[in-house]
Design a protein around this ligand. Structure first.
Ligand SMILES: [Fe+2]
Ligand SMILES: [Fe+2]
Length: 292
C-alpha cells in the first residue's frame, strides 16, 4: 500500500481557494467531465444484456472521429490483432461490446479528461501511467481468472480524478486571482482523487464495483464490496509506477519492493506469477509508446 493518498500537513491551499473547493465538494458541484456522446451511448449499450453488436457499429459510424480513432486503436500494438482489421464492422464483431467500450473510454480519457492546458506533459505522463496500470491489472486478472475487461477499466480509470482535480484547482486559483502552486495542488489531489474518480465513473454510468475499486485503490483492505478488485488495482498501480515513472512525483518503487508487495499474499499470488508480470514491462512500455 502507498502513502500517496495521505495529504501533507505542511502544505496548504490559499484560504480563498480552499473555501471554494470545500464548498464545491460539499454541494457536489465539482465540474465533472462528460463523456463524448458516442462513448456515453456505447457505455449505455454495454449495460444492456440484449444489445447487439450491429447496433454498436451503427452508433460508432455516426461519429467519424471516434470511428477513426477506434480503428487505429484496435490495430495498434495495444490490441495487436492477428490480421489487420480493415472495417468498423470487422472491429466490432472481432472485439465485442466490452472491448469497444474499453477503447471508447481510452479515447475519451486521452482526448477529453487527461487534458489540462498548460500541463500537457505532466498530464500525459499520468495518462501513460493509467494505461500501464490497465495493462497490468488485466494481466493480474487473467492470472486469477477474473474479469479482464473490468480489471482493465480499474487500471485505466484508477487515477481519473487526478486530471479532473488539477483542472478544477487551476480554475479555482485563477478565479481567486492567486498564483498557482503545483506542489500544493498535488498534495490536495493526492488526498481527493480517489473520491472524485469514483464519483466520475458513477456519473458515466459505469459499474458500481469499478467506483468502489477506484475509491479504495490506495487503501484496498478497507473496501467491503470490491476488496479483491481494489487490491489488484493497488498492485497494478505500483507495477505501473515501476514501468512508467511519473514526470512530477515518481513513486519510490523498485523490483524488490514490488516482489515483496503486501497485496501478493491477499491475492494469493506466487513469486513465479510476479516474475511473469515483471517480464511484461518492456512489452507494456512498447504498447504505451505506440498509443500515447
Ligand atoms: Fe491513485
Ligand atoms: Fe496511480
Amino acid at each position: 500500500m502507498t502513502s500517496s493518498s495521505t495529504p501533507r500537513a505542511d502544505i496548504q491551499l490559499p484560504a480563498a481557494v480552499h473555501d471554494r473547493l470545500i464548498e464545491r465538494l460539499k454541494s457536489n458541484s465539482l465540474e465533472l467531465p462528460v463523456l463524448p456522446e458516442v462513448a456515453s451511448q456505447v457505455v449505455t449499450l454495454s449495460n444492456d444484456p440484449n444489445a447487439d453488436t450491429r447496433r454498436l457499429a451503427q452508433l460508432i459510424q455516426r461519429d467519424q472521429a471516434m470511428a477513426g480513432h477506434l480503428m487505429r486503436m484496435a490495430n495498434s500494438p495495444f490490441y495487436s490483432p492477428k490480421i489487420p482489421l480493415v472495417s468498423l464492422d470487422q472491429v466490432v464483431s472481432r472485439m465485442g461490446m466490452k472491448r469497444i467500450r474499453e477503447i471508447a473510454l481510452i479515447i475519451s480519457c486521452q482526448s477529453k479528461v487527461f487534458k489540462v492546458p498548460g500541463y500537457e506533459a505532466l498530464v500525459k505522463s499520468h495518462f501513460r501511467h493509467s494505461l500501464a496500470a490497465a495493462a497490468f491489472a488485466q494481466e493480474i486478472a487473467r492470472s486469477r481468472r477474473w474479469n479482464v475487461e473490468e480489471a482493465f477499466l480499474c487500471g485505466l480509470l484508477h487515477d481519473v480524478g487526478w486530471p479532473v482535480l488539477l483542472q478544477e484547482l487551476v480554475d479555482l486559483y485563477k478565479s481567486c486571482d492567486v498564483a498557482f502552486e503545483l506542489p500544493v495542488a498535488e498534495a490536495v489531489i493526492s488526498a481527493l482523487h480517489t473520491r472524485i474518480g469514483s464519483d466520475l465513473v458513477k456519473h458515466w454510468s459505469l459499474p458500481a464495483r469499478l467506483g468502489e475499486a477506484i475509491l479504495y485503490h490506495h487503501d484496498p483492505l478497507s473496501s467491503t464490496i470490491a476488496s479483491q478488485t481494489a487490491m489488484m488495482t493497488n498492485l497494478a498501480d505500483d507495477l505501473a509506477h515501476l514501468t512508467v515513472p511519473l514526470l512530477d512525483n515518481p513513486r519510490a518503487v523498485n523490483e524488490d519492493s514490488v516482489r515483496a508487495h503486501p497485496m501478493l499474499q491477499h491475492l494469493n499470488m506466487y513469486p513465479d506469477e510476479m516474475d511473469a508480470l515483471l517480464a511484461m514491462r518492456e512489452h507494456i512500455t512498447q504498447m504505451i509508446e505506440a498509443v500515447a
